[in-house]
Design a protein around this ligand. Structure first.
Ligand code: PLP
Length: 451
């Protein structure tokens, strides 16, 4: 019989664990408990197979920026599938959806980031970036300038290349990562690692690790530095104000290409179109994905400066994906950008929703378990701690309290993620003020229940 939404949950769960391998999940966990089966969604709410509504505080995986259930995107996808479901952009062919989307991204992107190389997601786009910056410097007569510097606890994807760029030790422990010529410096996480320094001192010290790495490795060996404007999957870690200006100064001084991974921060998440604008960063390359299509279709890309594009266009870049600039994904992304723009969603985030959410989020700091609260736009985190004053960690295995808190959120019909003992949210940008209240109320109840 066909497997449908109408089957009993337990049966669906059994079939799921029998044949479906889940990312970042242990099979034992699934067999023991079963995954919660999500059957439909609308606005900021998911519905599970038991008919329970869950407030999605994570916008899926940080991606459903315009919220669920927008018919316009379904209609555009159906129209495009009928007209031209697929054609490639290799070997001197192109098509209108890719042309239109590249032009729209160039219009929205800051500075002279006017050129887009498409991929199906963030991992692929960061793989492109690794090859592109090395090819760029080789074309400039500097083939040894091929080291990319990244940060511990960064997340840039799961492929061999992008996983190597990322700084997740759990990922590096499996499958032969990192590849050669990737170097990691420390992250600007003041709460966890700032010791006695003020946030400003610490931000400078961590940024200057980039300068030290460049000096140690050799200026003529370092191709690029990559970072997320706000580390997302690492726990929504907002760098102290002193950090980014110093990083920018160092990249400029040593002629290091600056790759800003906007996969989470892009398309309104921080209250501007790009996190680079919110934090005043001038990238040479931006990685984009997720909010580009609000997750309705898998699409990502590398947005590069005139200078990088001119150099790469001057040779044959032997790189590309079957689905680079996929017409259906491109058409859906373009419609998503139209909605974000015409409905003023990014402006509303900046002027109304994010300030309101910030006030409520920081209000959770009076909870006995909550240490630091951080928020930029519509991405926020809080550190769980047994002692706020000393910024202590729990004695239990790192992440146990976070896991309990996540499960209490789940039980209270709120999706909030945990990264160790840090709780994070990244809700759809269309969250209303009333829905902010619901989110905060459920988060507080969950915190009470794990106290
Ligand atoms: N870069 C960042 C900053 C991300 O957060 C992610 C995914 O979470 C990626 C890259 C990888 O993107 P994808 O999962 O689309 O390959």
């Amino acid at each position: 019989p066909a497997i449908t939404n109408h089957m009993p949950t337990a049966e669906l769960q059994a079939l799921d664990s029998a044949h479906h391998m889940h990312p970042f999940t242990t099979g034992d966990e699934l067999t023991a408990k079963g995954a919660r089966v999500i059957t439909r969604a609308n606005g900021v709410y998911l519905t599970d197979s038991e008919g329970v509504e869950i407030l999605d505080g994570m916008a899926g995986l940080w991606c459903v920026n315009i919220g669920y259930g927008r018919d316009e995107l379904a209609e555009v996808a159906a129209r495009q599938m009928r007209e031209l479901p697929y054609y490639n952009t290799f070997f001197q062919t192109t098509h209108v959806p890719a042309i239109a989307l590249a032009n729209k991204i160039a219009e929205l992107a800051p500075g002279d980031l006017n050129h887009v190389f498409f991929a199906s997601g963030g991992s692929e786009a960061n793989d492109t970036n690794i090859r592109m910056v090395r090819t760029y410097w080789a074309a400039k007569g500097k083939p040894d300038k091929n080291i990319l510097i990244s940060r511990h606890n960064a997340y840039h994807g799961s492929s061999i290349g992008s996983g190597s760029l990322g700084g997740m030790s759990g990922m590096h422990a499996q499958g032969g990562l990192p590849i050669p010529d990737i170097h990691h410096i420390n992250q600007p996480d003041w709460w966890a690692e700032g010791g006695d320094m003020t946030p400003e001192e610490f931000g400078l010290a961590r940024a200057r690790e980039l300068e030290q790495a460049i000096l140690d490795l050799g200026e003529d060996r370092v191709a690029a530095f990559i970072a997320e404007p706000v580390q997302g999957a690492g726990g929504v870690i907002v760098a102290p104000d002193s950090y980014w200006p110093e990083i920018q100064r160092i990249c400029d001084k040593y002629e290091i290409l600056l790759i800003v991974d906007e996969v989470i921060c892009g398309f309104g998440r921080t209250g501007n179109w790009f996190g680079s604008q919110t934090l005043n960063i001038r990238p040479d390359i931006m990685t984009i994905a997720k909010g580009l299509s609000s997750g309705y279709q898998p699409i990502g890309g590398s947005v590069v400066s005139d200078e990088v594009a001119k150099t790469i266009d001057g040779l044959e870049f032997n790189h590309g994906y079957t689905y680079s600039g996929h017409p259906v994904a491109s058409a859906v992304a373009l419609e998503n950008l139209r909605i974000l723009e015409e409905e003023g969603i990014v402006d509303r985030v900046r002027e109304e929703t994010a300030p309101y959410l910030a006030e409520k989020w920081h209000g959770l700091a009076d909870h006995p378990l909550v240490g630091e609260t951080q928020i930029v736009g519509m991405m926020a985190s809080l550190a769980l701690t047994p002692d706020k004053a000393s910024r202590a960690k729990f004695a239990s295995d790192a992440g146990t309290v976070g896991l309990i808190c996540r499960e209490r959120c789940f039980a209270n019909n709120l999706i909030m993620r945990h990264v160790g003992d840090r709780m994070v949210i990244s809700p759809p940008l269309v969250l209303s003020l009333a829905e902010v209240d619901v989110l905060i109320e459920r988060a507080r109840r969950a915190l009470d229940e794990c106290h």
